[in-house]
Design a protein around this ligand. Structure first.
Ligand SMILES: [Zn+2]
Length: 225
């Protein structure tokens, strides 16, 4: 509410001019108007408005692995977990504007091993065109900060191998389950062949929450939240 007020009185444009230099990585999970996982669900309308805002601000959209090296003002839209509703609800909006995106797959969830009504199948994942980058979101979605180094290595290598075999493309990017990363996990990620992870500091991460007003999203995108 305070953010909304400040935005309306004009601090927003000033802050924008000052703070928009760094690239953005915008993290989503479920895109739907109802259903499960309410704590990580963003409505279709809000998602559309977020994209429209970034387009209006002149962001160029890139796949996650391209973010660090991108020129100008770049944004990477990404989705964790592999929800099926990303295919039905977010994909048409992105495709209409020819916007690339990245999908981070938890291999234990994909292919009907978890709830096939909720998570995308390997058939759907492999059918994505090259506008979609596929990354790993681990095998089991455990907090990598809570398990041994060897288990971290296994989560990272196994998921990479499984996804690469399924999609026939190299998997170069990793998204941390529950956002839990450390210097040690980052070192392992590099060792096993990832070029970028979501713990990278070369971009500003935006995490839209379900109850965020649009003003809050703008503030998060301006690195002020
Ligand atoms: Zn996740």
């Amino acid at each position: 509410m305070i953010a909304g007020l400040l935005w309306r009185v004009g601090i927003g444009p000033l802050a924008r001019a000052l703070r928009e230099q760094k690239h953005l990585a915008v993290c989503y999970h479920s895109i739907a108007d109802s259903g499960q996982h309410d704590h990580i669900r963003v409505s279709i309308k809000d998602f559309t408005r977020h994209i429209e805002y970034l387009v209006s601000r002149g962001y160029r959209f890139v796949r996650f692995s391209e973010l660090a090296g991108a020129q100008g003002r770049a944004a990477a839209i990404y989705f964790d977990d592999g929800f099926r509703n990303v295919f039905t609800n977010a994909k048409p909006i992105l495709e209409q504007k020819n916007i690339p995106a990245t999908l981070f797959i938890t291999t234990d969830y994909a292919g009907g091993a978890r709830d096939p009504a909720v998570y995308a199948s390997w058939g759907e994942i492999t059918a994505l065109d090259s506008n979609w980058e596929i990354g790993s979101h681990s095998v089991s979605h455990r907090k990598l900060s809570k398990i041994s180094k060897e288990e971290v290595r296994q989560e990272m290598t196994e998921s990479k191998k499984i996804i690469e075999e399924k999609i026939g493309r190299a998997v170069m990017v990793f998204s941390y389950p529950h956002g839990r990363a450390s210097r040690e996990t980052e070192a392992i990620a590099r060792e096993v062949g990832y070029t970028m992870t979501t713990a990278d500091t070369r971009f500003h991460k935006v995490r839209p929450d379900p109850d965020d007003s649009l003003a809050v999203f703008y503030w998060k995108a301006l690195k002020l939240w």
